[in-house]
Design a protein around this ligand. Sequence first.
Ligand code: ZN
Length: 179
Amino acid sequence: MKKTTQFLAVLMLSAAIVSCGNKTKTIDTTTETTELPTEVMESAHAQEGDASAQPIGTNNLLLEGNDAMNFLQKEFKVKAGEEVTLTLKHVGTMGKNVMGHNFVLLKPGTDISKFGLEAAKANTTDYVPLNAPEVIAHTKVIGGGEQDTVKFTLEPGTYEYICSFPGHYSLMKGKIIAE
Ligand code: ZN
């Protein structure tokens, strides 16, 4: 009698483990094997493809901004007359309200101090005054972990870019040389 009860208990316990295990396994298969890996593989593949298809000096630019109010890249060279794709990436963790960054590309000869002061007031339009004639292209303001991409084409020349978030333009600037 005692032996039977014990045996039953073991049987029930193992049945519980099996059914529990099965349940977990079912969930895993649906979420992980069908959806996630496909996505991960695709993005990994795309990145790999981009990297190998991009010789040095072409018009695919990555500009990184950090929590220390710096752009990690201060100068780019691009081919004039061909479309440039620039991705601004915030590599920090701070929010866009305290350490927001954008990329604003300005026409040669722009008074950056004057523009920076004006731009700081444009808090409803990503700190870029509407229809500003000095602006060639710009991204939106982003916070830590975010990114935004912008495309533009340049004539030969040297162009300055800034982050126009209030107080950032004196430190966060660089140039793009189009040849
Ligand atoms: Zn900034």
